[in-house]
Design a binder for this molecule. Structure first.
Ligand SMILES: [Zn+2]
Ligand SMILES: [Zn+2]
Length: 334
């Protein structure tokens, strides 16, 4: 906020006085309130939503990547897709179902769940961040506006399914989170945030988890919403600091993970033939995250390059945590 106001000022006495007053006000504000990702940030496009009341907190948050690009465990199958098991005090959520790029049976998700000893019975909620093939179990599912854990039907009876746009799943009714939605104590969907990339419009939701004694943790799929919108939505919903960001923020810079017929698919799908963002643009997002109070970042390698991961690591130091298939991240209060 301060940075923008200062840039817009003309060097007259009155505006210098205004700048001094705003500067003093800014100094008195908590760090998170000074984030550039307020509605005054021109990069923010997300419409306002009411504050989410009485969400409560969770004492413990665990995020276990079941599908991701990178792993140090050769018994697990990596791919450029996302599926995370999110465990809180009162809820276990399966966020996305991977890509199943090879249409294999069992899918990487199913094989990795078995290897890691994860039983679908413990999952009470399946949340699909957005309808892209690397999150819904393959291109055929994305085209059919559905999702699948594997090649054979999987019964999800009794589980809650939260989707960002109208999508179907055999035998149950999915709930469309087009607005923020409380899911469990301390756990909510941000609601779908609408953006447009080269391949078309995207509506993507993220998970927001309030960890007792810490702050809000955002768990993100591809991150098409963009950092300014994610931070702005978290501020709208909670008005309190964002402690951590875990998951995809979509920085295939200089190149993405997935070449198809010589085409860098992640870049092409997002930026078309345009140049796309630069490392300087990514640094601006990092600055926004830091200004919002973010202490902990785990960037998904499924849609960000090694170069951009290193840029985050340099900026966040010990606050940077590698997001690897099969390795649980644990956030608890002090
Ligand atoms: Zn993705
Ligand atoms: Zn995507």
């Amino acid at each position: 906020m301060n940075r923008q106001v200062t840039l817009n000022l003309h060097p007259t006495r009155r505006t210098l006085l205004a700048a001094a007053v705003i500067g003093l006000l800014g100094a008195a504000l908590p760090v998170w309130a000074q984030t550039p990702s307020t509605p005054t940030d021109p990069a923010v496009t997300v419409p306002p939503v009411p504050r989410l009341a009485d969400l409560g907190t969770t004492r413990r948050l665990e995020v276990l990547p079941l599908v991701e690009w990178g792993t140090s465990n050769s018994a697990l199958r990596g791919e450029p897709g996302v599926s995370y098991l999110v465990r809180t005090d009162r809820s276990t959520i399966l966020l996305d179902v991977g890509a199943n790029m090879q249409s294999s049976d069992p899918s990487p998700l199913q094989a990795n769940m078995k290897t890691l000893g994860v039983d679908l019975a413990e999952v009470d909620t399946v949340l699909i961040t957005h309808n892209h093939m690397d999150h819904v179990g393959g291109l055929a599912n994305a085209r059919a506006r559905t999702f699948a854990l594997g090649m054979q039907p999987v019964d999800l009876a009794g589980k809650r399914v939260i989707v960002p746009v109208a999508m179907t799943y055999p035998g149950l009714a999915a709930t469309v989170a087009d607005q923020p939605l409380a899911l469990a104590p301390g756990v909510a969907s941000t609601g779908a945030i609408h953006t447009t990339i080269a391949m078309g419009p995207v509506d993507e939701q993220a998970l927001a988890v309030r960890v007792q004694g810490r702050g809000v943790v955002l768990i993100v799929g591809c991150g098409h919403q963009g950092v300014p919108n994610l931070l702005a939505r978290a501020a709208q919903m909670f008005g309190e600091p964002v402690e951590a960001v875990i998951g995809g923020l979509h920085y295939p810079i200089p190149s993405g993970r997935w070449m198809m017929n010589g085409v860098d698919t992640q870049r092409w799908a997002t930026y078309g033939s345009g140049p796309g963002p630069t490392p300087e643009d990514v640094q601006r997002d990092i600055d926004r995250l830091r200004a919002a109070g973010v202490q902990w970042v785990s960037l998904s390698p499924h849609d960000s390059s090694d170069e951009m991961i290193e840029l985050f690591r340099r900026n966040f130091g010990a606050g940077y945590h590698d997001l690897r298939l099969g390795e649980t991240q644990v956030l608890t209060g002090p």
